[in-house]
Every structure is written in structure tokens, then in C-alpha cells.
Write a protein that binds this ligand. Structure first.
Ligand code: THU
Length: 137
């Protein structure tokens, strides 16, 4: 990870949030892929939330780290995610898979800021023209 990827111009402590994601990855249960993932984020009231991937002998049943993050968001009071970082077991920033981009969209909306492999981006750029709750209205 480069310095450029670590710090954003907005003054937010992305490196601190990444460190929380690295801690979360240490709890991953990934005996099949050997690819631990950790994610950390903040809710709009400042709560820190974390998640790790949890695999299953039925491979397709695997829970991505973001699933845990979103569950934790709702378990601890709900609200909206504002900042998220996802890392692998080496602490490198990774991109959420397609399904998890949809999860982040639902729970953070277009303004959620995500640390990506090419810098901080809003979800509106990470998942353009997304399908979301308002489409069901
Ligand atoms: N994984 C995540 O936890 N989040 C993602 O966004 C990408 C993939 C996990 C699922 C699986 O346990 C491992 O990474 C390899 O695909």
C-alpha cells in the first residue's frame, strides 16, 4: 500500500481505520481459501464496526467480511455507514466483491466513502447507476 492510498486529502484518519480492518482480519475463518479478509467502518454516529470473512465447507455459503460489518451495524443501533476500508491478510486494501458493493450501497448510500485500490472514492463511483431501495418505491 502506498502513502497515496493510505491518506486522503479530507483529513480523515484512513490509516487508523485500516488498522482496525487489519485487526478484524485476524479473526477470519478462512480454512478453504486461506484468504483472510477484514473490514472496518464507521457509522454516522461515530461507532466503529468491524467484520471478517467466515467460510463454510459448502463453499457458496461463505460469508464475506462485509456481511459481518453490516450485521454489526444493525446489531449495535443501525444508522448509515460513512467510511469503510477492506483489507486482505497482508493488510493490503482490497475491493469489495460485487455482492458486497451492493451491501455497502444499501447501508451507506452513494456518499459512503470507501478506501479503494486507487484512492478514496464515494460509492456512487464504486457502484455507478446502482439499483437501490428507491427503485422499489
Ligand atoms: N471475501 C470477502 O470477505 N469480501 C470480499 O469483498 C471479497 C471476498 C472473502 C470471501 C472468501 O472467504 C475469500 O475472501 C476468498 O474469496
Amino acid at each position: 500500500m502506498t502513502e497515496k492510498q493510505t491518506y486522503a486529502a479530507d483529513g480523515f484518519d484512513w490509516e487508523g481505520l485500516r488498522a482496525h480492518a487489519v485487526d478484524a482480519a485476524k479473526h477470519a475463518y478462512a480454512p478453504y481459501s486461506n484468504y483472510p479478509v477484514g473490514v472496518a467502518g464507521y457509522a454516522d454516529d461515530g461507532r466503529l464496526l468491524q467484520g471478517c470473512n467466515v467460510e463454510n465447507a459448502g463453499y457458496g455459503v461463505t460469508l464475506c467480511a462485509e456481511c459481518g460489518l453490516v450485521s454489526s451495524l444493525h446489531m449495535t443501533g443501525g444508522g448509515r455507514l460513512t467510511h469503510v476500508v477492506c483489507v486482505n491478510g497482508s493488510g493490503e486494501v482490497i475491493m469489495p466483491c460485487g455482492r458486497c458493493r451492493q451491501l455497502l450501497w444499501e447501508n451507506g448510500g452513494p456518499e459512503l466513502l470507501l478506501m479503494t485500490v486507487s484512492g478514496v472514492k464515494p460509492m456512487s463511483e464504486v457502484l455507478p447507476d446502482a439499483f437501490g431501495p428507491e427503485d422499489l418505491a
